[in-house]
Unconditional design. Sequence first.
Length: 177
Amino acid sequence: MNKLQKFMLVGSLVALVVEFHFKFLATFEPGAFIFTLFFYPIYLFFVYFANEWVNKNIPGKKGDIIYYIVFGIVGLGFEWFMNNNSPWANPQANQLGMFVYWVALTFIPRIFLNEKAELAPVKAGIKKYLIVYGIVNILVGVLLPQPFNFFFIVYIMMFAYIGLNYFYWKYLKIVYG
């Protein structure tokens, strides 16, 4: 598997964890889920080349931080203008949750492309973390009635994806000291 394929696969898996919970357990929109199966790989294809550009032109911690911020904002742009989840159009939309989700979608593949052996525990930790999060959110979605489960699915997602910042911090510490 080449770097582009790995980037797209990892990012798509990160995205699909949330999309499955949201589109099947919270809102039951299977058609929207099918759209995500096509959208995310295409989006991540372009993000990969931005990732490579950042690596070449803004190396180091500064590049990682700019990448984190820019792709969180780009993701909010998608939410606001494609999904109508802007603060003015949908005041109930969770802006922080959407920001950290879009960061994860683009930053976790960046971590997984880094071949430093010292990052193996960080990568393993991310995998375990997302598996546990996925199981908990499925249980919440199945055990709680709709629409009550919607609230919990959204906030569990937000806190889980905020928690991923722990792994980003560990990545930065290992790579840059």
